[in-house]
Design a protein. Sequence first.
Lengths: 286, 825
Amino acid sequence: MKPFEYISTKSINEATQVLSEYKQDARVLAGGTDVLIELRRPHAKIPKAILDISYIESLNGISESDGLIILKPLSTHTQILKSDLVRKYAQLLGIAASQIGAPQIRNRGTVGGNVMNAATCADTVPPLIALDAEITLRSNGGSRTMKLVDFFIKPYKTKAESDDVLIEITFPKLPSNAQSAFIKLGRRNALSISRLSVAAILMQDKKGLISEARIVPGAALPTWMRVKEAEEMLIGEKPSLKLFTAAGQKVSEVMISYTGRRWSTEYKEPVIGVLVRRALEGCVKD
Amino acid sequence: MSTQNQHKIIGKSECRVDAWGKVTGRAKFAEDYNVGHQLWGKVLRAKHPHAKILKIDTSKAEKVAGVEAVLTAKDIPGSKVFGIVVSNQAILAEDKVRYLGDGVALIAAKTEEIADEALSLIEVEYEPLLVVTDPEEAMNPETIKIHGDDNTFVHHKVRKGDVDKGFAEANFILEKKFKTQFVEHSYIEPEAVLAEPAEQGGVRVTGSVQNLFSTRRSTAAALNLPLNKVQIIQATLGGSFGGKDEAMTSMCIRAALLCLKTCKPVKMVNTREESMLESYKRHPYTLYYKWGVKNDGTITAMEIRIIADGGAYASMSPFVTWRSVVQATGPYYCDNVKTDIYAVYTNNNYTGAMRGFGSPQVNFAIESMMDILAEKVGKDPLEIRLQNGFERGAITATGQNLEHNVSLKEVLQKATAEINFQEKWKKYRSEPNTQKKRGIGLACSYRGVSLGAEGTDAVGTIISVQTDGSVIVSSGITDMGQGAQTQMSQIAAEVLGISMDRIQFLNTNTSRVPDSGPTVASRGTIMGGSAAKKAAEIVQATLLTTASEMTGLDVQSLELKDNYLIDIESGQRLASFNELAAECFKKGRPTYGFGWHKSPKTSWDEDHGQGEAYFTWVYGANIAEVEVDTETGKVDVLNFVSCHDVGKAINRGAVLGQIYGGVAMGLGYGLLEEFEIENGIPKQLNFDEYSLPTSMDVPKIKAIVVENEDALGPFGAKSIGEPANELAAPAIINAIYNATGKRIYELPANLERVLLGHKLVRPKERGSVLKEKDIQAAMHRAVYELLPDGTFYAEIPGLQGVYANAKSLEECREQLQEVLEKEVA
């Protein structure tokens, strides 16, 4: 491996300073579960500098304020899955975090890294989009906030500039009439990369009719999005197997409309529908 | 009647002799060896899976500061190829490369970084040749040849009775095709060696080597040195599973070449990617099984044709396929058998020894066939096996009379009783279709112990009692984690009447113990253990003779027990073992024993495929209980029973460990693992993509150890290493059928195969001629990008949904074109 500079900082300002100086030549290190593997790959592109932000204390922690959950980017998957706030107000996020990698990876890997790396199989992203999360990026030029769903361009490509640091992820607490689910399909039961996944949230009114629905598939579309066509089918309806099956089929159709028919479609077409149905069923369990 | 109670150490779960070193981090693996002035050795590997080498220009690499040697095939002083059976494996490719793992040039440099840089400066000119990846295509006389004038390099056969007559007697015929995959050994420690110039000329190589003597032979031949000038020393091995044979031989030779060229120590360590790219795999087999069967379930004929993908080199294919041909019918009566097995060259990774050695493939076919047969004749899997299974006195397909305790039915009955097999099997098959369905499956096997008629089968073990009563043991058998050193130590301790803590086992060194053949074929305990017993008995005789003189008592009235010399009648301790050892020294008596054990005779007639293939056999039965997600194809194994007759468990804990590990490995074979090679290019080079089972995938395993002591093994012991691994996959496949009614004919039973019945394959057909132009035009607009994870991403601006993401640029381009073609269509 070629030598590189290692810069560690405890302040956000210093971090943005370093990034504005190095631009594309620096790589940000948080938990290291992606960066270290990339660096060790044969013929890897070695950056001039690695900026270790893992000691910036203000970038860590999960808290609540004014109906919002504030998820700092250095929060590890383990912190998320153990968080009472997440369990209470964003259950699907905790489920997703608990299924990432293995304990060692969950202890190191961070939600911010998952978002910024933007791999198609990033498991915390579909739940965060379903939760209507916003992110705040900061650079030397100041801060900007945007919807997470608008942040991604394509796999491994986001709207972050090379001097941006992710400083916050926020989302509204799910109300008490909401239930959520996350289903991941991998080839094995741990250390598994999502073959497909689905994040879903349903809210029901007092009559038991669905008042709001959010469905975000993972590892299925070119980039993450809520499948509005399927969500709309659910509004005002009573939950039923038939309804959820139809919603699943709709998601499957939408997926194919974006990806075209590929060699893997024969498998993904029926299975994404099944996972959507199961996720929705998971949202009406008591 | 058992002698169990007389044993002090045999049968106990004694602490492994290597345990402390490993758990405290003191064990020295090959990579841990470093010496002053050592250089780093690196290999330049092929750019094409099949190509002529036109020119190699190393001049730029030689000029790099810190580079001390650059070698190509022409610099090898002795034999440029090696191979135990067929000597054709290139140490460095000379005229052509035959697979992507072939080495083309070597570099020794002051640091790994310098070596890497120099590698990139070696210029090789190739003329690409047609790449052959399908073994059946390789057999076609028209196909380009990889070696010599025939790609088929092995044909073994078995002929018994008359299959035409057998099929004529049958009520119906069962005919099925099965396929298995390439499998990586997945030893946790990649290949590593340190080669040092030896004081008296020659070379000393310390490495992660499984079969030290064959490695020495090949290294000496390449270096033009006599065997006594080449010393191969076994470092503590981080796993092998049959994998550290030729892969290590080639690394040892390369490091030794660089070492002798530079007169400096040379270290070589493969990265995981290099290891997976270059190392050999378990053979993929294509198996055609045709059985003639009567309505009552009797098998009248078996006609079997098997093609094994040997890959680029012969390696162990002749032996692996020989075991397959001997065992291809399973432990079932059948008077008329015709089996043919072929091994063929392709431009895939070469294939060789891996735990099971030709049995996991045939067992998958045999045990699937058995269940298909049961279903046809309306019997359950246990009934059909009990009906057709071997008993003592059975004559095998190769004409061998099984005169030992044939415990097939015993293991079947014990395993099925443990989990209530028949009841569950009946219940699950009649349950209605639901999202999650349970199933249970059975598989059994017989397996020839040790090398059999493959070759000379003899082992030496040395025991040396020191003057203070401590003991040193060494053997030609290698411990690669399976516990061979512990078994041999227990046997020595039992015979000498001492505790295990007195024994120090030395890692194998080819210059200090006699050539004992390879540590393969589950022969460590039965062969190495027998030699250890003989060596210990020699020392015991000396000790007791001396004791008799010392005490004036008759030898017959004395015994060695619990570290003391005992008067058998009174039970009185007469002297400590230490005092006795010192007395021998004083009297000038050697307390050194060399035990040599040669296996009983076996025989083989290659023309007729008949003979006493193995001197004894083991029997095992596995049961898997699974839950199948019928909507996604995901299979979870919930429970597992593994029952094996081991003859005698020398170390019970070690036997259980082998069974648990064997099941886990077999589960990976059945459900997850597949080393995919497309057009000669491996697709998975690390464990992020090559899926091994994790502890979350391995169920609770109930191990049942059956002990029918065998007269031909030490204290009755036979073997367990490979039997433990060869049955899990068919048990799981049969369980999936029990759950879903759908049979899997190709391994592994991954998500796609279980749900769709076949693997997803990229279509080969291209777009129609008319649209060809549009597609080409669009492809010209494609934008490619190297993503940070090392994969390639491509898209065509303006065409939504047309994108691709793949490991190589070429693959990415192909994928993009396919998506585009579908889009256009």
